[in-house]
Every structure is written in structure tokens, then in C-alpha cells.
Design a protein around this ligand. Structure first.
Ligand SMILES: Nc1ncnc2c1ncn2[C@@H]1O[C@H](COP(=O)(O)OP(=O)(O)OP(=O)(O)O)[C@@H](O)[C@H]1O
Ligand SMILES: [Mg+2]
Length: 368
């Protein structure tokens, strides 16, 4: 898919903006604090319904304005569509529309899909397990609203169960109430973990290929799911559910003492290995960047495989930090297939490419 035209109204430092894009490469060049990241944020906001930079949505509204909107005309392999999200700060309310008709949020699902790479994503390699879980969950949610829904329900049940453990401690251990929360939690945990394991398997294959291509075959990448209840191998739902319930039973004394649920998808992780060693511990800055890049390239292919369309690729700042070999390998990999938006402060590193595209100069909330 590709964004043909983008319309912003009172979003960050843009009061009104309309831009038409190239199908392949779009470069946003400008000094610091001019509005480059704001443009990528707007695109991602339309794709996901939220900002990737803040939980506090009022922040995306132009200072002094009472609301904002982002809209786009999007082209697909077959046909096109018009999408819009409008946000009213006073009511903290968003309205969604597709082809001019107001719709529920779910109607926008899959209509614009993005893969975004920002400097913060280096935390996927070096950061805590929660960074990696978020990457995995976000990625699966992009292609599976069912997964997103299961995840929300799991979090809901988990909160209730934790509340119970915290307030009643030992008294709760043999109650029917805890048993009934376990019965609700287990099938959701099984579904989530099963899906994650199969996605990690696919991503592993795809990112290994990407890493070889990016590094001229000098580096090999492996990833491996780490389950908190020993579920690494099976994706079978009844089996996973039984395993989870069994481990819960084993952990119950400890859980009651600590007042929280100690196993489940909210405690899982995945490991990234570079040439056989754990990247979290040993990868250099540049290697971390290429590992994340390989994961993002794998994500592109994965989404294409699941939905039939390539998502739109957004690169904030990281592109110019890559060395020349990786920049060329990347552009070659996306050439002609993936609409890509890249921000940077200097044009020269980016214009030495053969990929056709447009360059936009960004200054003080205006784009030329
Ligand atoms: N709600 C808002 N209303 C008006 N201006 C805002 C709002 N939020 C942020 N800004 C301003 O937008 C400007 C540009 O921000 P942006 O993050 O897009 O810069 P950038 O071009 O990506 O810079 P850098 O190269 O440093 O990353 C900043 O000066 C910031 O103060
Ligand atoms: Mg920026």
C-alpha cells in the first residue's frame, strides 16, 4: 500500500498541511526541531490510532487549538481509500472515518499499516523484556485484531487475578474464585503464547535472511522465544493450557506471598543471538542497529505474507546512522516494493541512491 496524499490539521506544529508523496522514497530533510518526526508521527497516528511518542494525546494537538485531524488517501494493489482520524481534546474523543463515513475504530484496521523504526527501537536489543514483548505484540496486532483482543482480555483477567492475590494472600489459595480466574486466564495465555511462538519462528527465518543480506553474509542472527512456563516448543492449544495450569498450581504459594501472577505471556521474552552470542550482552551500537533493522525488514515481509500488501515504512533518524553498505542493502531490498519515508538532517547521504523519490525540505512547520 502507499499513501498518495496526507492532510494534517492542527497536528503538532502543522496548522494546515497537504502533501502528495512518491510511491517509493520520500525524504524529509531539515534542521533539528522543524517538524520531521511530527510528520512520521502523524502517519503512524493514522495507522494505529495513537501516537508512538506519547500516551498523553493532547500533546499532539497544536498548542492553543482544541483538536486535530490526520487524513490520507491510500492506494492499494486494487483500489484506494480515504481515511481520517479527528481528535477533540476537550472530550478526549476520536472519530474515525473511512471513505467519508464515520465508523468504529475497528473499521480502520488494516487500511493503513506501518512499520516504524526510531532510535528508541534499539531497546528491542538492549532493553528489558517488556520492550521485546511490546515489539512482538504490536507486530502481531497489526495483522491480527483477534490477537489484540485476546491480549486485552488477558490483561483484564490478569489485573483481576493480581488484585485477588494481593488483597487476600494465603486465604485465597484453595478458593473457587482463584480457580475460576485460572480457568479464564489459561486459554487466553495458551492462544497468545502459541501465536507468539509461531510468529517468532517465521520472524527468525525472515530476519536471518535480512541480516545476511545487510551484512554481506558476515553476521548470522537467531531468535528464540523464552516462555515463563516452559512452553517454548509446543504451539498446541490444549497442551499449552494444561502446562500453564500445572505451572500455576506449582507457583501458587509463591504467588500468594508476592501478591502477583508470576508466569504467563506478560512475563515472557525472546532472545536475539548474533553469531551465536546473546546480542543483549555483546552487540555493538552498530550491530544493535542492524539487528533491529533486520527485525523490521522481517516485519515488512511478515505483514506482506499475512495481508498481501507491503506496509509503509517509516525511518526516523536511524537511516543516516547506518553505514554505506547497510544503507544500500536496505534501499535495494525495498526498491520499488515498499513506500518509504526517511527523515534526516543532511541530504547528501540519502540522495546518493538510485531509488526514485521525492525530497521534502522541512522548516518551521512548513514543507516544500
Ligand atoms: N503540540 C504542539 N504544538 C506546536 N508545536 C509543537 C507541538 N509539539 C511539538 N511541537 C514542536 O514541534 C517542533 C518539531 O518537532 P519534531 O520532533 O518534528 O522535530 P524534528 O524535525 O524531528 O527534529 P529533530 O531533528 O531534532 O528530531 C519542536 O520544536 C516542538 O517544540
Ligand atoms: Mg526528529
Amino acid at each position: 500500500m502507499r499513501i498518495e496524499t496526507l492532510f494534517l490539521h492542527n497536528f503538532r506544529n502543522y496548522s494546515r498541511l497537504q502533501l502528495s508523496f512518491d510511491n517509493h522514497l520520500n525524504l524529509f530533510i531539515g534542521a533539528n526541531a522543524q517538524g520531521k518526526t511530527n510528520l512520521l508521527e502523524a502517519i503512524n497516528f493514522l495507522a494505529t490510532g495513537k501516537s508512538h511518542r506519547t500516551r498523553n494525546e493532547e500533546e499532539v494537538v497544536l498548542w492553543g487549538a482544541d483538536g486535530c485531524s490526520v487524513a490520507a488517501k491510500v492506494g492499494y494493489l486494487y483500489g484506494e481509500g480515504a481515511l481520517k482520524i479527528a481528535y477533540l481534546a476537550a472530550e478526549k474523543k476520536k472519530t474515525y472515518s473511512v471513505n467519508g463515513l464515520t465508523q468504529k475504530k475497528s473499521a480502520l484496521s488494516g487500511k493503513l499499516t506501518t512499520v516504524i523504526f526510531t532510535p528508541e527501537d534499539l531497546a528491542i536489543v538492549k532493553g528489558s523484556p517488556s520492550n521485546r514483548r511490546k515489539f512482538l505484540d504490536d507486530e502481531i496486532s497489526k495483522v491480527s485484531p483477534v490477537y489484540e483482543d485476546d491480549m486485552n482480555r488477558y490483561q483484564h483477567v490478569l489485573r483481576q487475578r493480581n488484585f485477588l492475590l494481593k488483597t487476600h494472600r494465603k486465604k485465597i489459595l484453595d478458593s473457587e474464585e482463584l480457580g475460576s480466574w485460572n480457568e479464564q486466564l489459561a486459554p487466553l495465555a495458551a492462544k497468545i503464547v502459541s501465536r507468539r511462538i509461531s510468529v517468532i519462528h517465521r520472524l527468525g527465518l525472515l530476519s536471518r535472511l535480512a541480516q545476511r543480506r545487510l551484512t554481506g553474509r558476515t553476521e548470522s542472527l537467531d531468535i528464540n522465544y523464552l516462555s515463563s512456563f516452559g512452553a517454548e516448543i509446543s504451539t498446541d492449544l490444549p497442551e499449552l493450557k494444561e502446562l500453564f495450569l500445572k505451572k500455576l498450581a506449582e507457583k501458587k504459594e509463591q504467588e500468594a506471598r508476592l501478591g502477583q501472577t508470576l508466569i504467563g505471556p506478560h512475563r515472557d521474552d525472546f532472545q536475539i543471538f548474533l553469531n551465536g552470542r546473546e546480542a543483549r550482552l555483546f552487540a555493538s551500537q552498530g550491530q544493535q542497529r542492524s539487528l533491529v533493522l533486520s527485525l523490521k525488514m522481517a516485519e515488512l515481509e511478515y505483514i506482506k505474507g499475512e495481508t498481501g500488501e507491503f506496509p509503509v515504512l517509516l525511518f526516523d533518524d536511524v537511516f543516516s546512522e547506518l553505514d554505506e553498505q547497510r544503507r544500500f542493502a536496505l534501499l535495494e531490498a525495498i526498491d520499488g516494493r515498499v513506500q518509504t519515508f526517511i527523515t534526516g538532517t543532511e541530504a547528501d547521504k540519502m540522495t546518493r541512491t538510485k531509488v526514485p523519490g521525492k525530497m521534502f525540505l522541512v522548516a518551521h512547520g512548513e514543507v516544500k
